[in-house]
Design a protein around this ligand. Structure first.
Ligand code: GLC
Length: 476
């Protein structure tokens, strides 16, 4: 079977969030299970393209409304990443450095999707499954099902994986002329509440929908940024499949970013990473270290962090160190910096994106804090557990599927915060300090969570089952 993944991000080529990690790993596991799995994504002017040479490239022209664009599709051999890769370089649109954030993102991603559909049309060996990820690729199931030009692709099953339903790629009907021609009665498939909504379109048109955790699927039917009713309607073709982690990239024994490599048997060496962190961020290494890693967006609960810091140090007077690594919302960044001088000994931050530092934090922190309001799957808690850091998480989305509270169950794997408020997060950090002080329990739990298997094997098999149900056309 040949599966083509269509995505905006893929690690290590371009990463903004967990989407990249998933699309960088899943195809590798599908390849090693004997399938052909390829990735097609936009080109970005990043390190990967400067350091790798394509084995082939094709060119073409594309019409978007009245504007014509020239494009190249660069092909990279399977040897580099473990799967074949195509980068779509549309001059003037996808020859930029950043993944998102241009005023013409609608044009960039619409053009990209048209090139992808054209590319599939001209491929001699066509994919048997087109697997789309998030809204940036959500128009493709509509193109293949309803646009005249792609009539030959009608029979190829399409799968949409929702990594995050908050973003939907909305744009106005005045840009409908960007799309390939289709019968006028199909216009409603593009529409959600008066706008073209690529995520809604994909939910309507894809043959199957998956979410990145089972719990998130249920949550979306209650809260999906306006798409709840649609997701309820399409429940029958939807399925939650928990993400795995790339256990080759995320292996504390071999991770080249770590200051000190370790595994369960050499757990004492883990201290080398904590010591490095404490020295770098000026902390007392004898105190428990709690860290946050992530984008500063409302979904991740990062706006609460400045008040949490005040609360745990001024009111609860906890003996703990707090390290924050991330960037995003300007107010959060400013507040987090402004309060630094008041809590010099116990709180520090790194404002920015730093993959290398993130690895050291997983490998050195005692606890990882994720007070997310929305978390479709969450990978950080899985990385943390593999690296022996106890997760402190809210009770949402994939966090609920992957972290069991210590109190609830003797097999518990972390500290669950059942309400997302400054007070409850503060209380959860207090519980973490208590756990840390109960040394034998802390050490036992640390070893336990490191042995949890969060690799891709199980989830990759679920995807394969799903694909097979499609080629046989039976509901999952
Ligand atoms: C998004 C979600 C995150 C998920 C990731 C990969 O970044 O916010 O929860 O783990 O996609 O699916």
């Amino acid at each position: 079977m040949y599966i083509l993944h269509v995505t905006a991000e893929c690690f290590p080529i371009a990463k903004v969030g967990g989407l990249a990690d998933v699309v960088g790993a899943l195809p590798k596991y599908q390849e090693s299970a004997g399938f052909t799995s390829k990735v097609i994504m936009p080109f970005y002017e990043k390190k990967f393209v400067q350091t790798h040479v394509p084995i082939n490239y094709t060119t073409g022209n594309l019409l978007l409304g009245i504007d014509e664009y020239y494009y190249e599709i660069l092909e990279y051999s399977k040897e580099i990443l473990g799967f074949e890769l195509y980068l779509v370089k549309i001059f003037g649109l996808t020859d930029k450095e950043n993944v998102y954030g241009y005023p013409y993102d609608t044009e960039r991603f619409t053009a990209f999707q048209k090139v992808v559909a054209d590319f599939i049309l001209t491929q001699e060996v066509k994919p048997e499954i087109i697997h789309c990820h998030d809204h940036h690729t959500g128009l493709i199931p509509f193109f293949t099902a309803h646009c005249y030009k792609y009539n030959d692709l009608k029979t190829i099953p399409t799968v949409l994986t929702i990594h995050n339903a908050q973003y939907q790629g909305w744009f106005g009907f005045e840009k409908m002329n960007y799309l390939p021609e289709f019968p006028v009665e199909k216009k409603g498939l593009l529409d959600w509440k008066g706008q073209i909504n690529p995520l809604a379109t994909a939910i309507k048109c894809a043959w199957r929908i998956t979410t990145v955790s089972p719990n998130y699927l249920g949550e979306l039917q209650e809260k999906a940024n306006g798409l709840e009713e649609l997701l309820k309607q399409e429940a029958e073709k939807s399925l939650g499949i928990l993400n795995g982690i790339d256990d080759v990239v995320w292996n504390p024994k071999k991770d080249k970013f770590l200051k000190s490599n370790f595994d369960r048997r050499s757990i004492l060496k883990r201290n080398g990473n904590k010591e490095w962190l404490c020295e770098t961020f000026d902390f007392d290494p004898n105190l428990p270290l709690v860290s946050f890693i992530g984008r500063f967006v409302h979904e991740k609960g990062s706006d609460l962090l400045p008040d949490v810091i005040r609360y745990i140090f001024d009111e609860l007077k906890l003996n703990v160190n707090l390290l924050i690594l991330g960037s995003g919302d300007g107010n959060t960044e400013r507040d987090l910096n402004d309060i630094k001088p008041f809590y010099k000994e116990n709180y520090n931050n790194y404002i920015g994106y730093n993959e290398e530092l993130a690895h050291i934090v997983y490998g050195g922190t005692d606890f990882l804090l994720m007070p997310s309001r929305v978390e479709p799957c969450g990978l950080n808690q899985l990385y943390a557990m593999r690296y022996g850091a106890i997760p402190i998480v809210s009770n949402v989305g994939g966090l609920k599927d992957t972290v069991i509270d210590f109190d609830e169950n003797t097999k518990g794997s972390g500290i669950v915060c059942f309400d997302i408020s400054v007070h409850e997060i503060g209380f959860a950090i207090k519980r973490a300090v208590d756990v840390f002080e109960n040394t034998s329990f802390y050490k036992k739990k640390r070893l336990e969570i490191m042995s949890i298997n969060s690799g891709w094997k199980k989830s990759a098999a679920q995807y394969i089952k799903l694909y097979q149900s499609l080629t046989l056309n039976i509901l999952p």
